[in-house]
Design a protein around this ligand. Structure first.
Ligand code: GDP
Ligand code: MG
Length: 162
């Protein structure tokens, strides 16, 4: 069984962009596991010849309406199966209350979490990542999922956690 990396975070932080960046052109669905819904995309990826599964999620929305709660529950299920959780935050926006709520919850999940400070498109935005130290989940790793900036550095950290 391949190690599983699950991407979570509030909506619009760039989870799906990161997912697409990580799986690249090797878009093969390798597992049709029961319980995986259409809202959770699972693809195989590899870095430095280390294969793993990547799961995109719909976005965790605390205190939302019925549909949002359902999506949030699917995220919780995905995290339960995770070897590594990529908790994506938006370095161009900064720390939000929803980030804090997700952090409190993911800490309790006991999973191995990496804070990904996405939209770090330039040097200054990279520096903005230190604000997310306040989540208490370790050093934020800066990346620009859109441009690919420091994506390799992030993947180095990911495979070191397996
Ligand atoms: P999701 O809701 O978390 O899956 O977010 P998406 O991947 O759909 O991205 C939301 C928006 O952020 C889109 O307009 C993306 O193009 C944009 N975005 C994602 N990653 C980056 C990034 O690294 N830099 C910038 N500037 N925009 C990004
Ligand atoms: Mg998405």
């Amino acid at each position: 069984e391949l190690p599983t990396v699950v991407i979570i975070g509030r909506p619009n932080v760039g989870k799906s962009t990161l997912f697409n960046r990580v799986v690249g052109s090797q878009q093969a669905i390798v597992e049709d596991r029961p319980g995986i819904t259409r809202d959770r995309k699972v693809l195989e990826a590899s870095w430095l010849e280390v294969p793993f599964l990547v799961v995109d999620t719909g976005g965790w929305m605390p205190g939302g309406d019925a549909l949002e709660e359902k999506v949030s529950r699917q995220v919780e299920e995905a995290v339960r199966d995770a070897d590594v959780v990529l908790f994506v935050v938006d370095a161009s926006v900064g720390l939000t209350d929803d980030d804090q709520t997700i952090a409190n919850w993911v800490r309790r999940s006991g999973r191995d979490v990496i804070i990904v400070a996405n939209k770090a498109d330039n040097e200054r935005r990279e520096t903005d990542r230190w604000e997310f130290l306040g989540l208490g989940l370790g050093d934020p790793v800066p990346v620009s999922a859109l441009h690919g900036r420091r994506a390799g550095d992030l993947l180095d950290v990911v495979i070191s956690r397996f």
